[in-house]
Ligand binder design. Sequence first.
Ligand SMILES: *[C@@H]1O[C@H](CO)[C@@H](O)[C@H](O)[C@H]1NC(C)=O
Length: 456
Amino acid sequence: MAILRSLIAATALLGVAARAQVVGAPFGFAAGTTGGGDASPVAPADESELTEWLADDEPRVILIDKEFNFLGDQCVDCECCIPDSNTCGDAGQNAIEVGIGWCSDYPTTTCTYDNAGLDGLDVSPNKSIVGVGDAGVIRGKGLRLHGTSNIIVQNIHITELNPQYIWGGDGISLDGCDLIWIDHVKVSLVGRQMIVTGYETSGSVTISNSDLDGATDWSASCDGHHYWTVLALGEDDKVTFSNNYIHQTSGRAPKIGASSFWHVLNNYWSDNTGHAFDVSEGNALIEGNVFEDVNSAYTDKGAGSVFAVSSDDESTCSSALGRTCIPNLLTDSNATPVADDAVLSSFPADEEGEITILPVEEVAAYVLANAGVGKLSSTSSSTPVVASSSSVVPIPTSTPVSIPTFIPSPSSSYAAPARVETAIESTSTPTPSSVGSTPHPPSTCSSRRRRRHLHQ
Ligand SMILES: *[C@@H]1O[C@H](CO)[C@@H](O)[C@H](O)[C@H]1NC(C)=O
């Protein structure tokens, strides 16, 4: 009987292993990413085995076939502060004192948080991290893709990283990496950023079909919406951001603050009480997206370059890129029209390869049906924006993306809890009243100098 049972178990396991692989292929800038490639899928037994396999030197396809729960090691009554943004007590976010000077002159308090969230799981090169069905959850800890390359993260849910506290944890952090495909990932209830890049380059990245769920009981904007959504501070990043669902957020969705190129297409923003795009540096081509109930979708105020396609711009796009760009669709949303031609001339389209863009009318329904975990099956393609030889014809760019500025990055910065960044809000971006008081440092020095200073 026991033998029979283990035989059945083994067969079932083989079945899972045979079925659970990366589904679809990366497109956009991260095209060519192979992760663990053809390595036999392996399901870690527990948290320590998962931690070990993520960080070892073997190319691996690691199955996340259950919840891995890293919670339990608490810092009790530890040092925290109360930033000005927290005007709502327990419904707001206090900040963990992480020793980077962020708490500055804010009143101190004590708080109890879980240590796991403060440092993500290190991921070595050549790994696929793949959820099985809708079972794949990593609770209490994020992923740290620092100094690594060729990683696929697909169909997993990262959640519960001290959502009560600023600096409580980042969902996925990228730094000094290349060829990263984040697909069908859900991130919810994090203390800090859902996805963050920088300060070194993150190379070629595609973030697709993911569910960035900002619903929270502890909001830095005091309204049940998460403020810290996506922060892009990586120098010279090339990011395709496509078919994602970004909802119940109130800021930084995303904030782009380094010389980088973001091609943002066919995403669905819904219910944002503050701002979506805050581009203080770098380039963003924003096309074929839906913004619904977004207080500020994009603006012309940042110092970065934004081309948000409207119906007026279709021909501009055609002459620059050799194809028609797709206007965004805004409902019950505000935005300042901005169409900076510099974005088109700096678009490294040849590196992104060929893509097909969904008509904007189809985007909301498509994204709702496909974004997040448990939406993949081995028989269906995950890839909504498929490489195609259709009418989309990328042209070589004559102007490469801006030359990255070298920022000394001592190894200690890798060990720092979460990001040092960060504290820097764009001073030129209009902040709706709900986020006007969101924590930022009293300093008025340039962000670059501030960052360097904080690193030292
Ligand atoms: C990752 O895979 C590539 C291609 O097979 C190989 O050249 C490289 O050495 C691998 N890296 C590591 C750390 O195993």
